[in-house]
Design a protein around this ligand. Sequence first.
Ligand code: T4K
Length: 368
Amino acid sequence: MDRPIFVTRPDMPPLEELEPMLRQIWQSRILTNGGEFHARLEQELARYLDVPYVSLTANGTLSLMLALRALGIEQGEVITTPYSFVATTHALQWSGLRPVFADISPKGFALDPDRVEEQITPRTKAILAVHVYGHPCDCAGLRRVAGRYGLPLIYDASHAFGVRMQGRSLLEQGDMATLSFHATKVFNTIEGGAVICRSLAMKQEIDRLRNFGFAGETEITGIGINAKLDELRCAYGLAALRHVDDAIARRRSLDAIYRRELCAVPALTVPPAPAEDVEWNYSHFPVLVSQGRDRLYERLKSDGILTRRYFYPLITDFEPYRTLLASQKICEAPNARRAADSVLCLPLYPDLPEQTLLRITDLIKKYC
Ligand code: T4K
């Protein structure tokens, strides 16, 4: 049997580009707690992403927890989306915050600002939105709502590496944005992540919090955590960054073939690419299957095509949350539910051969 086709494959830098940096690490024995490669990756990412300050972290989940802590959001409710990877809500729960869910927009996959506003009460302490699949949220609408009630606005931008809107980095939106550099992301450091800060003071606060709160050898300024990224992963990230433009270009051409092949399949809706003023990263290729999504998922699986239902089930439907939220009146979120029940993310990664992609689209046409 052919090898399975996964929904994604990590994009890895050439080993020979990594080797000199690994030798240097072996010589210096500086492995973690900040080092040359860590400092260089923060600088190079800030330049590449066109943002003022980058604080590297061990992963995207800890990035969210650090952002919440640095903004002083330590109790109360945070309005968020049920249509995301569970880590978005887990980060709130681990931070002792109560998630309150609002529906996504009927067009697209991100929080609807009007639905967010309906959930605001005196207990609300912040809004946590997600740029799902790297498609920008309605940032103007969310900014208006957050501003009206004086609430901090945080973006989980785990999918939005390198995305730009109206000529500026999407990561500049909100009070803080967080990234995941997990192996499955457009840019990866195997595990890893970052917090994007607007000011040096905020970056310094995140830097202290990710290192247990240490502000010097004998002083801590807060209850920090260990969320540091080590030198090996930073070296890997430096090598990977040199290739990320090529990887995004390759994703763009595969995305175009999928669109060409699937736009006329009656049982499918191919969500439009983001608006023209958005430079997108082509992080995922979701389609909406009006009927029989799970049957299509299973049939493709039996052909060795491992699509994924990102994001099904809704976060509110996972068991721990069903119990935790049992006493709470949960918003119905019909738009999020419709998306979760019909979405299928198709394989998309830079070295997916075109021939394989065409085999996938042929099978989809046959089964739909
Ligand atoms: N916020 C959002 C919106 C997120 O999407 C995520 C993570 C986070 C926050 C949290 O960030 P991190 O704390 O993770 O940095 C994956 C990833 O583990 C997760 O990082 C990601 N989102 C989520 C959307 O997807 P799974 O359980 O679906 O991954 P897995 O292991 O099934 O991988 C998918 C496919 O990728 C596999 O079938 C094969 C391929 N693969 C995967 C890995 C890990 C490889 O070929 N090599 C690999 O090393 O969660």
